[in-house]
Ligand binder design. Structure first.
Ligand code: NAD
Ligand code: MG
Length: 422
C-alpha cells in the first residue's frame, strides 16, 4: 500500500521488500511511454529509495492499470476523460489509488507538497504546462520532454530559477554534457570554461538514403531506429534529424550557451552520447550503451550513481567509433531548427508545432517523409514571430502554427517533385 510515512511494504521487481521512510516520492508523467516505462524499471530496482506518488498517461488504460497494480501510486491521472472513467471502474478496490483526469490532474500531481521528483516524459507540446508547473513548484525536474523547452525555453528556465527547482536533463546528449561539466549544489552546470559542446546524432535509419528513397519511406521504416528503442514521434524526429535540431535548441537553453558553441556530429554507433570541449584542448565525453536507463538512473540518483540494469559497455566488441558532419541538404530539419534559434522569439515554438503536425500526418500516412521539412519551412515563413513574454503567447503561437501547418498540408498537391520541396 502506498504511504509516505513510516516503514511500509513496497513492491520491488522480484518481490516485497521493507522500505525506508525517507524515500523520495516521484510523479512519472507519460508513464506508459518509452521513457516512462524505463523510469519505472529503474525505480523498481531501487524501491528502498523511491516511491511512486503518481503515474500519468493520455488514454492507455490497460498499461496504466498494470503499472498501478505493480507500483501502487497514490494517484493515477488519465488526461482523456473517458479513459479516466474506465480506469476508475477497473482499478481493484484494494488499491488506494485515486484517479484524476485532464490537465488539472497533471498539475495537481506535480505540485503536491509530498512530491520530490517529477519525471517529465509526456511527448510533445502537451507536456508544457505540467513541466512548467513542476519547475515553478521547485521540484527536482527530470526533463525528457524536450518540446517544452524548445517552445518556451525562456519561460521554463525562468520558472526553474524562480521556483528553486533542480533541472536534471534526461535526453541522453544533454545528460552526457551535464556529466562532463562541473556542477554546483543546485545542479546548475558551470559553462564559463567550456569552449563548445558537441551533440552526437546517430543519423537515424535513413543516414545513407537518397532523397528519392526517403520520399518513399514508410512510417515503420522511419520508426526502425538502428540503435535506440523510442516512441514513434521521436523516432520520426530522429529519422529527419529534427530530433537533433530540437536538441540543439534544448542545449542552448539548458546550458545557457550561444548557438555558435553548440555543434552537431553524426556518430552512427550511438556510444559517445555527447562531448564538451575545453580551452586547453581537452574533450570530455560520456560513453555507454544506448539505453535511456543510464540517463534516468543518473537523474534519479544525482549526485550519487545508481545501478540501472544497463549492461556494461564492451568497447572491444564495439570495435570502432565513427564521426561525420551532418548533411543538411538531405536533412533540412536541422537547418530549420538552427534558423529558428537565430530568429528567436516564438520561432522555436512554431518550428516545434509545425513539426508535430507534419510528423503526425506522416505517421498517419497522409504525407511523404520528405514533405515534413517542407511543411515546417512554409509554416515558419507564414507566421509572425513575436517575443514569448508569457505562456499564453507561446500557446497562441503553437495553435496558430498548427492551424497554418494543417492548411499547408491540405494544399499539398501530389505530383510535385520531392526535391522542389526544399
Ligand atoms: P512515447 O510516445 O513512448 O510516450 C509518450 C507518453 O506521453 C505516454 O505515456 C502517453 O500516454 C503520454 N501522452 C501522450 N500524449 C499526451 C497528452 N496529450 N497529454 C498527456 N500525456 C500524453 O514517448 P517517449 O519516446 O517516451 O518520449 C517522451 C518524451 O521524452 C518526448 O518528449 C521525447 O522527445 C523525450 N525523449 C525520449 C527518448 C526516448 O528514448 N524515448 C529519449 C530522449 C528524450
Ligand atoms: Mg536525445
Amino acid at each position: 500500500m502506498w504511504s509516505c510515512t513510516g516503514i511500509c511494504a513496497g513492491l520491488a521487481v522480484g518481490g516485497l521488500v521493507a522500505v525506508a521512510a525517507n524515500r523520495r516520492l516521484v510523479s512519472v508523467l507519460g508513464c506508459t511511454g518509452s521513457i516512462g516505462v524505463s523510469t519505472l524499471d529503474v525505480i523498481g530496482r531501487h524501491s528502498d529509495r523511491f516511491g511512486v506518488y503518481a503515474l500519468t498517461a493520455h488514454s492507455s488504460v490497460d498499461a496504466l492499470l498494470a503499472q498501478c497494480r505493480t507500483f501502487q501510486p497514490r494517484y493515477a491521472v488519465m488526461v482523456d476523460e473517458a479513459a479516466a472513467t474506465q480506469l476508475r471502474e477497473r482499478l481493484p478496490p484494494a488499491l488506494d489509488t485515486t484517479v484524476l483526469q485532464g490537465e488539472s490532474g497533471l498539475v495537481q500531481v506535480v505540485t503536491a507538497s509530498e512530491v520530490d521528483v517529477v519525471m517529465a516524459a509526456i511527448v510533445g507540446a502537451a507536456g508544457l504546462s505540467s513541466t512548467l508547473a513542476a519547475a515553478a513548484a521547485g521540484k527536482t525536474l527530470l526533463l525528457a520532454n524536450k518540446e517544452s523547452l524548445v517552445m518556451g525555453g525562456h519561460l521554463l528556465m525562468r520558472a526553474v530559477r524562480e521556483g528553486g527547482a533542480r533541472l536534471l536533463p534526461i535526453d541522453s546528449e544533454h545528460n552526457a554534457i551535464f556529466q562532463c561539466m562541473p556542477v554546483g549544489k543546485s545542479a546548475k552546470p558551470r559553462t564559463d570554461h567550456v569552449s563548445r559542446v558537441v551533440l552526437t546524432a546517430s543519423g537515424g535509419p535513413f543516414r545513407q538514403w537518397s532523397l528519392e528513397q526517403m520520399a518513399e519511406a514508410t512510417p515503420d521504416q522511419a520508426c526502425a531506429h538502428p540503435n535506440w528503442s523510442m516512441g514513434r514521434k521521436i523516432s520520426v524526429d530522429s529519422a529527419t534529424l529534427m530530433n537533433k535540431g530540437l536538441e540543439y535548441i534544448e542545449a542552448c537553453w539548458i546550458f545557457g550557451l550561444e548557438p555558435a558553441r553548440v555543434e552537431v556530429v553524426i556518430h552512427p554507433q550511438s556510444i559517445v552520447h555527447s562531448m564538451v570541449h575545453y580551452p586547453d584542448g581537452s574533450v570530455l565525453a560520456q560513453l555507454g550503451n544506448p539505453d535511456m536507463r543510464t540517463a534516468i538512473a543518473y537523474g534519479l540518483g544525482w549526485p550519487q550513481r545508481l545501478t540501472s540494469g544497463v549492461p556494461p559497455l564492451d568497447l572491444v566488441a564495439a570495435a570502432r567509433l565513427d564521426f561525420a558532419a551532418p548533411d543538411e541538404s538531405r536533412f533540412p530539419c536541422l537547418r530549420l531548427a538552427r534558423e529558428s534559434v537565430a530568429v528567436g522569439g516564438t520561432a522555436m515554438a512554431v518550428c516545434n508545432a509545425a513539426n508535430e503536425i507534419a510528423v503526425a500526418a506522416f505517421l498517419a500516412k497522409k504525407i511523404r517523409f520528405t514533405e515534413i521539412p517542407w511543411i515546417i519551412e512554409h509554416t515558419l515563413e507564414r507566421m509572425d514571430i513575436v517575443e514569448p513574454t508569457a505562456v499564453s503567447v507561446v500557446e497562441a503561437a503553437d495553435s496558430q502554427a498548427r492551424a497554418i501547418a494543417s492548411v499547408i498540408m491540405a494544399d499539398l498537391q501530389q505530383p510535385k517533385r520531392v526535391t522542389e520541396r526544399f
